[in-house]
Ligand binder design. Structure first.
Ligand code: ATP
Ligand code: MG
Length: 373
């Protein structure tokens, strides 16, 4: 909509006819005051403003418009019969006007300018619309991201509480079972069942511990208590534990580092136990596991080798990822796919690294290294 402001009715009539003939919608005002009132009520694409008017003149109107945030961007074409003087023209521009047409009006020139302004206005309008849509989109995404973060935080919190709550009754179950176990004689038939139940309770306990560790890792709440300890002894102790749990496996330890390491001993033992239980689990046919330790460039390096199912090339870089389980074997072997993820996080916190070598169908060797104290 174009607003024509002129105190002479004939001028308004001529301009209006000319513009509407070219399909520009128009509105009119007979004075500066009326123009200001109208401009405040609705938005215009362009204002054609007569300079010479009784009361408020065109420059004053334009000055007020340019001082108002809502109207300062509306282009103005000044019309004047007399003020052809350059001084006046400059004044017109300064007060927010953009163009200046002298009377008598050449209809072609006026139309050309109106068209230019109208196109500019349209482009601006589209740009503003795009900008506001973009702003809305950004707001929307921010909100969605916040919601997702909040949901993930609540999920972590729930996981942490749930696994903690699960551990308490499990611990008393285990204690009662051990009591029952002790009260039985060796050849009691029921002892076998109790022992099996205890094994299952231990498995459940490990699963819950893994879940709890994972959620603590995620929240940065997994605490590390550093002490100085003998590395080779740690490996020997962990191996002994696994030997007792899986007496039918032949587990050997070779090499030595002879160093002390500074770190969280139970957590590092957990890494070794994870490697070893994986080696047992994924090698159901060949019951042979070889552990090797050595010192290299002031790093203690452990390797756990099995002769089991192995890992296909394309999965080898993935196994330390959370919840990742190699396709094809996941139905045959139970697990959550968090063991190695926890290992790699623990080792990273000790400034070491985890890696593996494996040949599908032949076996795997899992390594980790940590710096000497
Ligand atoms: P859990 O969380 O109970 O440990 P998991 O053993 O499946 O379950 P990870 O220990 O993280 O999880 O191991 C991830 C995957 O890597 C396993 O699902 C398995 O496919 C593969 N994998 C790990 N160790 C071995 C291994 N020694 N031999 C063959 N595949 C292995
Ligand atoms: Mg595992």
């Amino acid at each position: 909509m174009i607003l024509i402001v002129d105190d002479t009715a004939e001028n308004i009539f001529t301009l209006r006819t000319l513009l509407e003939l070219h399909s520009f919608p128009t509105d009119t005002a007979a004075s500066g005051e009326e123009a200001l009132k109208k401009v405040l009520k609705r938005s215009y694409a362009l204002i054609i403003l007569d300079v010479q008017m009784p009361g408020m003149d065109g420059f004053e109107v334009a000055e007020i418009l340019s001082g108002n945030n809502a109207t300062k961007d509306i282009p103005v074409i000044f019309l004047s019969a007399i003020n052809v003087d350059k001084r006046y023209i400059t004044r017109g521009y300064l007060s927010g006007g953009i163009d200046y047409v002298t009377k008598p009006i050449d209809p072609d020139i006026l139309l050309l300018r109106v068209k230019t302004f109208y196109r500019l206005y349209e482009q601006n309008r589209v740009l503003n619309e795009v900008q506001s849509n973009l702003r809305k989109e950004i707001e929307y995404r921010k909100l969605a991201q916040q919601e997702a973060q909040e949901a993930s935080r609540r999920k972590d919190e729930f996981m942490s509480i749930a696994s903690h709550e699960l551990k308490t009754p499990l611990a008393s179950m285990k204690a009662y079972m051990q009591l029952v176990d002790r009260s039985l004689t060796k050849d009691d038939k029921i002892k076998t069942y109790i022992d099996r139940t205890l094994i299952q309770i231990n498995k459940l306990n490990t699963l819950i511990t893994d879940l709890l560790d994972m959620s603590r890792l995620e929240n940065g709440k997994l605490k590390f208590n550093e002490t100085l300890f003998n590395f080779d002894e740690l490996v020997r102790d962990a191996t002994e534990m696994i030997r007792q749990t899986y007496p039918d496996y032949n587990i050997s330890v070779n090499g030595q580092t002879g160093i002390m390491v500074k770190g969280d001993e139970p957590r590092l033992e957990q890494v070794l136990l994870n490697y070893l239980t994986n080696a047992v689990k994924y090698s159901p046919d060949v019951k042979e596991i070889q552990i090797h330790i050595r010192l290299e460039k002031n790093m203690a390096i452990v390797s756990v080798r099995d002769f089991g199912i192995g890992i296909p090339k394309q999965s080898q870089s993935e196994v330390f990822r959370k919840f990742y389980r190699v396709e094809g074997s996941e139905h045959r072997f139970q697990g959550l796919g968090v063991g190695l993820y926890i290992c790699s996080e623990i080792i990273q916190r000790h400034k070491g690294s985890c890696w593996l070598q494996s040949e599908y169908g032949k076996g795997s060797t899992f390594f980790f290294s940590i710096p000497a104290a």
